[in-house]
Design a protein around this ligand. Structure first.
Ligand SMILES: Cc1ncc(C[n+]2csc(CCOP(=O)(O)OP(=O)(O)O)c2C)c(N)n1
Ligand SMILES: [Mg+2]
Length: 573
């Protein structure tokens, strides 16, 4: 292999090309200039997307990664440019999203001297990255870039930080650009334990009330076909976590929809009555358990996960299997047959009829109505990106997702401001698909400056603001658990979102009446010249149900607005 005589910045760009990178999301600055310069001098085909805030760059890379399965790439400068990405890195880390974050850094001789825009990004990001590098030699760049991409998207994916001192990127790089990796301590794939697969098959064969609980890991492993085959073979019902939406078709008759705090009543009831719960790539997080002590107390619990540190973290399973969900299921499918679940499925059907998700179309405009109609108008085929709050949970309930990677939501971190930039990233990654962002009036205002990015690139994303003039989810908790004392939740002073959209050069449409929902959504779907912002003036104080109060068992699910005062939650938020 010929040795190159290029600088560090150029080496980075060449290495990104080798990794198949299409887009870099970021903002420049002094410490990152050599890399930004290399984007020009190398004449690369990689497109640099200049955003308006670094947090948004990270969410765009995240949305791109969730929609495509490929790592998203971020490039920012040192100090504040770097720290602005931390929320986005943490968000990706919590949801196992592959991402490469390159941050400029002060030159090596000035490190540790409180020099201009010096921030210990390596140290600050440490708890929320899968791995990180502070590059000390220009010739290490090709190896480090290769390792970073490999680590980021193998095993359990996650963000990798590469902190890049300016003199390293400005220095000469003579190393082979196809450098070998040097990762003796990293073994992301564990060989499958056949005995555990057989033990799972044996437990399943004895079950008459099984539930398959499907999480993000199933999606990351591209195991949706195997999940479906397993469910249909066993005749077992399937419930998904917030991030598992799409790993099994929600319109399938065996689907119970989402489980957990705001999951369907029938999914949560199924878990309470199941004799076997098998998690495929979920981490049993606190939003789905009710409480650790009570979850599935009468059920055999099985945990399949690629990350051994998840086994026993929240729930001690009776049987576990460490491995890639697709590989485990492929093996398991060789050993299973149809179970006697007729009575169980009948019982769950009865629950579906008894406790359906519902809302009233009459009267004031309802958030649920807008989402339900968005589902119909897009025939359930759109990539749906949400922000965080009540609208997110309503979207999870009413937008049924049938295909993997079509539901993008900040689950573990619950990051407000995620929706719009993640939708932009998703649209860059999948230009032919329809992208709908369902956001709240609060979260939208955390990153709405990125309308500029969407307008510049003519991205036809459909942004639906479910505008209740409140930080609705917090207001609901205050109403339910704090005697309706509304503290710090009234969004009085919201701008006119339609005018705001127009100021950015986007199409803005007001939606105020139930009778207009379909027409407005169809208008938005038909508009392809850039982003559309629908300002949907929804009922201000509607609440989301069912709800399992925090720190309570699944059995304590509240179906309707409670008449009596509820106890203040004391446990986790
Ligand atoms: C960055 C960030 N800050 C604060 C919160 C806490 N929080 C969770 S939901 C919520 C309200 C969201 O309001 P809005 O975006 O209007 O959505 P709504 O609940 O009204 O649908 C808040 C403040 C958060 N999740 N993320
Ligand atoms: Mg709101």
């Amino acid at each position: 292999m010929a040795k190159s005589t290029i600088d560090g910045g150029q080496a980075i760009v060449k290495c990104l090309e080798n990794e198949g990178v299409e887009y870099i999301f970021g903002i420049s600055g002094g410490a990152a200039i050599p890399i930004f310069d290399a984007i020009i001098t190398t004449k690369t085909k990689i497109k640099m997307i200049l955003v308006r805030h670094e947090q948004a760059a990270a969410h765009m890379a995240d949305g791109y990664a969730r929609a495509t399965g490929k790592p998203g790439v971020v490039l920012v400068t040192s100090g504040p440019g770097a720290t602005n990405t931390l929320t986005g890195i943490m968000t990706a880390h919590m949801d196992s999203v592959p991402m490469i974050v390159m941050t400029g850094q002060q030159i090596r001789p000035m490190l540790g001297k409180d020099s201009f825009q010096e921030a210990d990004m390596f140290g600050m990001a440490l708890p929320c990255v899968k791995h990180s590098y502070l590059v000390k030699e220009t010739n290490d760049l090709p190896r480090i870039l290769r390792e970073a991409f490999y680590i980021s998207n193998s095993g359990r994916p996650g963000p990798v930080l590469i902190d890049l001192p300016k003199d390293v990127t400005a220095g000469e790089c003579t190393a082979d650009l196809h450098a070998e990796m040097d990762l003796p301590g990293y073994a992301p794939e564990t060989p499958l334990d056949q005995n555990q697969v057989l033990a799972i098959a044996e437990a399943l064969s004895k079950s008459t009330r099984p539930v398959l609980l499907v999480g993000h890991g199933a999606m990351i492993a591209n195991a949706a076909p195997q999940v479906r085959q397993l469910a249909e073979t066993l005749q077992a019902p399937v419930t998904m976590t917030l991030l598992g939406k799409g790993a099994f078709p929600e319109t399938h008759e065996l689907s119970l929809g989402m489980l957990g705090m705001h999951g369907t009543a029938y999914a949560n009831k199924a878990l309470c009555e199941a004799d076997l719960i098998m998690s495929i790539g979920s981490r049993f997080d606190d939003r789905i358990l009710g409480t650790q002590a009570t979850f599935g107390r009468n059920a055999v619990k099985i945990h399949i996960d690629i990350d051994p540190s998840e086994i026993g973290k929240m729930i001690t399973p009776d049987i576990h299997c460490v491995g890639d969900a697709q590989e485990v299921l492929k093996e398991l499918l060789k050993h299973v047959s149809t179970l006697k679940t007729e009575d169980w499925l009948k019982r769950l059907d009865k629950y579906k009829k008894q406790f359906p998700l519902k809302y009233k179309k009459e009267g004031r405009l309802k958030a649920q109505h807008v989402i339900d109609e968005a589902f119909r108008v897009s025939r359930g085929k759109a990539i749906v990106v949400t922000d965080v709050g009540q609208h997110q949970m309503w979207a999870a309930q009413f937008y049924r997702v049938d295909e993997p990677n079509n539901w993008l939501s900040s689950g573990g971190a619950g990051t407000m401001g995620f929706g719009v930039p993640a939708a932009i990233g998703a649209q860059f990654g999948r230009p032919k698909d329809t992208v709908i962002a369902i956001v709240g009036d609060g979260g939208f205002q955390m990153t709405n400056q990125e309308l500029t990015t969407a307008v510049i690139h003519k991205l036809p994303i459909k942004i639906i603001i479910l505008n209740n003039h409140y930080l609705g989810m917090v207001r609901q908790w205050q109403e339910m658990f704090y005697d309706d004392r509304k503290s710090g939740v009234d969004l009085v002073g919201n701008p006119d979102f339609v005018k705001l959209a127009k100021a950015y050069g986007a199409l803005g449409i007001n939606l105020k009446r139930s009778g207009d929902v379909r027409r407005v959504l169809k208008q938005a779907m038909a508009y392809n010249d850039g982003p559309v912002v629908i300002n949907a003036e929804v009922e201000k104080t509607d609440n989301i149900f069912p709800m399992i109060p925090p720190g309570r068992p699944l059995e304590d699910m509240i179906m309707e607005p409670p008449r009596r005062k509820l106890e203040k939650p004391t446990g986790s938020t």
